[in-house]
Design a protein around this ligand. Structure first.
Ligand code: NAD
Length: 498
């Protein structure tokens, strides 16, 4: 695969600072990517960023060469060598088979924390929410984004939601450490643990437990639906919000958009020893090549990068000059408003306007100061001792076209293995046997729970024997889930209506 590497010497980085430069990998991306990346690099280099830049090509062109991941081995090598990645948005080609490069990069490099500050710039950028300064800390590696999906029957498709103890502990601790480092007063957690008691329940419980170690920080938890409604209505009541992956993905876009433009927000993806910085928006192909795009999202992501690599003074300089530019009304088309803005500028001219203001601080908007306190956040976790596990049963998932649960229940009740007997049948999680309602709609997908009534362990051979009996009656087994007691507590949920 082809790629271009351009070293800092070729990129007009001032001579004499190369020895102190931090190596980073840069991708110019697709659509508006190259324009906003050029603008961003021009500003941060003018501000004195000490960078040794290695360029890689990723995205559309790589996908179209037949690489379904959109990134080749040489690019991975650069990322693993430099460990800091400034990335412009890329276009994922339409059609099946192409994997999201963003999700792959985050997971392959262990970038567990996605940090998205969403701030409004009233009265300089039109917004319905003049007082808004929210940082969304989104878990970045797991949840439904594990990407484990199966069509199990003709009628039912499954996506696995995976929430891990290490993943949850790391992201929640990161949110509290971020709040501490940036002088934030409150951390809010959003989950849906009234429904998903085990997965989201783990996230909520971990939040409560880890939160105890941060007595100076206010803590609250909201069920995600009402939490999201409040975020959209009264964002000023939030400070830092920590969320599992899917909720964080959706709500961070909402939060960025209601500040005035999705083009204004940057984001950091942080792992242990790796970090990737990008705008939260996509490649906006319709704006590409027209000098219309707002480079602010990527520029503010570059500010996060400068703080991360210890160049806080440069980060402050760029951020304050950017705030002053916004205050002075020098605006790109997406935020331009007659009567508020003073000049409508393109991508390149906006970058030049920021460069003209380097060294200036905003007059009205609060100036930033990254020099205060330690902004280097490190999170560690230690594995818990393993629990004592006892296998007590198995959920057998069947494809079965006869929609009558009583007939299926009567048939399966005749099987017994190792003391396990049929306890219940659910369809899409709702109990339909014994004593189901005729009104409950049934698909061709059945979960049949076999369990030993006395709380006594069984051997896995007992499960195999049971499956053999079911198989011999020509019932189609799709999959099984073992049922355990862990430290004496059931490690599985009950059926709805059980
Ligand atoms: P998008 O974010 O590219 O565009 C959404 C809207 O916001 C458009 O109206 C666009 O014109 C506007 N917009 C976005 N960035 C702007 C900016 N900097 N200045 C002014 N206006 C801006 O989302 P989309 O249209 O859904 O996706 C386009 C492509 O981007 C798709 O191929 C998608 O897969 C990709 N994408 C990439 C990333 C990434 O690389 N991180 C993220 C999201 C989407």
């Amino acid at each position: 695969m082809e790629r271009t590497i351009q070293k800092s010497e070729e990129r007009n980085v001032p001579k004499g600072i190369i020895s102190k430069a931090t190596p980073i990998t840069v991708a110019y991306g697709d659509g508006i990517g190259p324009e906003i990346m050029k603008a961003t690099l021009k500003v941060i280099e003018a501000a004195g960023a000490h960078l040794d830049i290695e360029e890689i090509e990723i995205g559309e062109q790589i996908y179209l060469k037949g690489n379904t991941a959109g990134i080749d081995a040489a690019a991975w090598e650069s990322l693993r060598r430099n460990r800091v990645f400034l990335k412009a948005p890329i276009t994922t080609p339409q059609g099946g088979g192409f994997k999201s490069l963003n999700v792959t990069t985050r997971k392959m490099l262990g970038l567990y924390a996605n940090v998205r500050p969403c701030t409004s710039y009233h009265p300089f950028v039109p917004t319905k929410h003049p007082v808004m300064d929210v940082v969304i800390v989104r878990e970045n590696e797991e949840d439904l984004y594990a990407g484990i999906e199966h069509q199990q029957t003709d009628e039912v498709v499954q996506c696995l939601k995976l929430i891990s103890k290490p993943g949850t502990k790391k992201i929640i601790r990161y949110a509290f450490e971020y709040a501490r480092a940036y002088g934030r007063k409150k951390v809010t957690c959003f989950t849906k643990d009234n429904i998903m008691k085990m997965t989201d329940g783990l996230f909520h419980k971990t939040f409560d437990r880890v939160g105890e170690e941060y007595p100076e920080i206010e803590k609250e938890h909201w069920i995600v639906d009402i939490g999201a409604a409040r975020l959209a209505e009264t964002p000023e009541q939030f400070d830092v919000i920590v969320m599992p992956n899917l909720y964080g993905d959706i709500l961070s876009d909402v939060a960025a958009q209601i500040t005035g433009s999705v083009g204004l927000a940057g984001s950091a993806n942080i792992g242990d020893g790796f970090a990737m910085f990008e705008a939260i928006h996509g490649s906006a192909p319709r704006l590409a090549g027209k000098n219309l795009a707002n480079p602010s999202g990527l520029l503010l992501a570059a500010v996060q990068m400068l703080v991360h690599i210890g160049q806080q003074d440069v980060a402050c300089n760029v951020h304050n000059a950017w705030l002053r530019t916004i205050e002075d009304g020098v605006h790109t088309k997406d935020i331009y408003k007659e009567g508020v803005s003073t000049a409508l500028v393109g991508t390149r001219e906006f970058a030049d306007a920021v460069i003209d203001r380097l060294g200036a601080i905003p007059r009205q908007l609060p100036a930033v100061d990254y020099a205060e306190g330690n902004k280097q956040i490190t999170v560690s976790w230690t594995p818990e001792p393993p629990s004592i596990k006892a296998l007590v049963g198995v959920d057998v998932f069947l494809r079965h076209d006869d929609r009558n649960p009583d007939r299926l229940g009567a048939l399966l009740s005749t099987f017994e293995s190792c003391g396990m007997q049929l306890k219940m049948i659910t369809n899409r999680g709702t109990k339909v046997w014994p004593g189901g309602f005729p009104e409950t709609f049934c698909t061709d997908h059945w979960r049949c729970r076999f369990i030993r009534s006395e709380e006594q362990g069984i051997s896995y051979q007992g499960v195999i024997d049971l499956l053999q009996k079911i198989h011999h009656r020509e019932l189609t087994i799709i999959k099984t889930e073992n049922l355990y007691l862990m430290d004496g507590q059931p490690a599985f949920s009950a059926g709805q209506g059980q």
